[in-house]
Ligand binder design. Structure first.
Ligand SMILES: Nc1ncnc2c1ncn2[C@@H]1O[C@H](COP(=O)(O)OP(=O)(O)OP(=O)(O)O)[C@@H](O)[C@H]1O
Ligand SMILES: [Mg+2]
Length: 222
């Protein structure tokens, strides 16, 4: 599902260079559930951005679900992402002027698949993440944990084959964190490939494989 070969991504800040990913090579099989752990600033979010094609490395190869990211235009990638990849961002990135149900329905509307009835499907997804009572709230009227749950519902709206989740339980209390994790495990058991970034070793322990990242470099342990 995911093949990264020798991927390097360097950020330049004035004269300073930060090597966020340093010759990263990683393979994730279809249907696998992989956790990525590592200290703050080690490159975890950058890794997810590179896998989803939101960010492009300056060298190396990125192949995701048969798509060579480097060979696709931005428009092409955006369409591909909308169909294939669900992303839960570290800082939610919900649209502030849309309600919870509108945020979740948006990817379905953008894809425009048949069946319609996006609002009702969005409501059902929100019910799955325990947000039935908040469907008409704006993000600014939701707590961090509630926004996170809306972001998860939005990420799975188009039933992506790959779910990338950046600290999806980072803003949740223990109970809602456990619920979100069990939802992710359910999706995985139905065949979804999952890459989950977390600081929490107890959450990482629930994945099939844990990938450690330090200073932009991957160290795998089994
Ligand atoms: N847009 C950017 N411009 C400059 N430097 C960046 C940018 N994005 C990330 N970096 C740097 O790249 C490195 C990796 O960042 P990244 O966000 O991937 O870390 P992370 O592992 O997700 O950290 P955290 O656990 O705090 O979210 C950091 O040193 C960060 O400062
Ligand atoms: Mg991060």
């Amino acid at each position: 599902m995911i093949i990264l070969r020798d991927v390097t991504r360097t950020y330049r800040l004035g004269s300073r260079q930060v090597r966020a990913l340093d010759r990263v090579t990683l393979t994730v099989a279809e249907g696998e559930f992989v956790a990525v752990v590592g200290p703050s600033g080690s490159g975890k979010s950058t890794l997810l951005h590179v896998i989803s094609g939101i960010d492009r490395p300056e060298s190396g190869e990125v192949l995701v679900a048969g798509t060579a990211i480097a060979q696709r235009s931005e428009n092409d990638l955006a369409r591909w992402r909308g169909q294939t990849v669900g992303i839960v961002f570290q800082f939610f990135q919900l649209l502030p002027t849309l309600t919870a149900v509108e945020n979740v329905a948006l990817p379905m509307e953008l894809r425009g698949d048949s069946g319609g009835d996006y609002r009702n499907r969005a409501r059902r997804l929100l019910a799955q993440v325990g947000m039935s009572a908040r469907v008409d709230h704006l993000p600014s009227e939701l707590s961090g944990g509630e926004q996170q749950r809306v972001a998860i519902a939005r990420a799975i709206a188009n039933r992506p084959s790959l779910l990338l989740a950046d600290e999806p339980t980072g803003n949740l209390d223990a109970d809602s964190g456990a619920e979100v994790l069990s939802l992710i495990r359910q999706l995985h058991s139905r065949g979804m490939t999952v890459v989950l970034v977390t600081h929490d070793p107890r959450i990482a322990a629930q994945a099939e494989r844990v990938v450690h990242i330090f200073n932009g470099r991957i160290v795998e342990r089994h």
